[in-house]
Design a binder for this molecule. Structure first.
Ligand code: GLU
Length: 305
């Protein structure tokens, strides 16, 4: 059965941009009679962090208020460390990982050197082929290493339902940080596969991460889902939407006297799925969901929009 998902990080309350992505992910799944899952991406929050738990609860309440129901229990990344460790072990036994002792500063400096990496911002490969002696020397410094993927300069082509295809060289991305935290790119790949997600609808700020994730899927023998990256909502200054931009959360909009139907209608309108001023339920949006109608540019939220 087609399966979609929404995977918020519990770092801040959902703003209109997050809510719009959630609405579109839900509508995409329901429009094809599919399942819709919710996953709390609390990978980097400490276990039992009360603030993250509170934010996650508020996020789930907002989804419910908009009518975005989900199938099955909410999955939390903080409870799935065994699965990530197993994936790391698989990659490790295939010779596809190596420890990296570089500091951020060393990476920055190596990246601007004349023989830096081919891809801007990519890891320059300093620790990729350390000799045993060099590795021991670095281990003796006591600084715990990060774990990187031996990507081998792989070139990956990924496809998006809205954005088309893109080809990128994948660098030796971090799989586990020096502090032990599993990297988002690994977790998301393992989670989507375990949960049977076959269509990922998410913000287009994550399109850059897709080649890395598709390479990991291939190396782990996992299927690649369909991707649909939707444009973001921006604040009046053209920057990513933020709290300082005013009434940006559902609670803010309700406090202004709007109701849920007008918020859903406005989100759908901004995405190209409704007329201005329409009041809609989430189910109405699913009924008219059509990738061909989706806008391809960000929605710049101004005081009047
Ligand atoms: N947790 C990520 C975020 O909130 C989304 C990850 C994804 O959809 O792949 O930005």
């Amino acid at each position: 059965m087609p399966t979609g998902r929404f995977a918020p990080s519990p770092s801040a309350p959902l703003h209109l941009g997050n809510l719009r992505t959630a609405l579109l992910a839900w509508a995409a799944a329901r429009s094809e009679g599919g399942r819709f899952l919710v996953r709390v991406e609390d990978l980097t929050t400490s276990p039992g962090d009360p603030r993250a738990a509170e934010v996650a609860e508020a996020q789930l309440a907002d989804l419910a208020a908009l009518g975005l129901d989900h199938d099955g229990a909410v999955v939390r990344q903080s409870e799935r460390h065994d699965r990530y460790a197993a994936a790391l072990a698989d990659l490790g036994s295939a010779g596809l990982t190596y420890p990296c002792f570089c500091t951020r500063r060393e990476i920055r400096e190596a990246s601007v050197a004349p023989h830096g990496p081919d891809v801007e911002g990519a890891y320059p490969g300093t620790c990729r082929s350390l000799t045993d002696d060099e590795r021991r020397e670095r281990e003796a410094s006591g600084r715990p290493p990060a774990l990187r993927l031996r990507a081998g300069g792989a070139t990956v082509t990924v496809e998006d339902e809205l954005l088309g295809a893109r080809t990128a060289i994948v660098d030796d991305l971090v799989l586990r940080r020096a502090d032990g935290a599993v990297a988002y790119n690994l977790a998301v790949v393992v989670d989507d596969a375990d949960q049977g997600v076959d269509r990922v609808v998410r913000g287009d700020d994550l399109w850059d991460t897709t080649p890395r994730q598709v390479l990991l899927q291939r190396l782990l023998g996992l299927p690649t889902p369909r991707y649909l990256h939707v444009p973001l909502v921006l604040g009046p200054s053209g920057e990513r939407l933020a709290k300082r931009d005013g009434a940006v959360t559902l609670a803010d909009r309700l406090a202004l006297g709007e109701d849920v139907a007008s918020v859903v209608g406005r989100l759908a309108w901004s995405a190209g799925l409704a007329d201005d001023g329409e009041r809609l339920t989430a189910a109405d949006v699913a009924a008219r969901f059509d990738v061909a109608r989706l806008v391809r540019t960000p929605w710049v939220l101004t005081g009047t929009s």
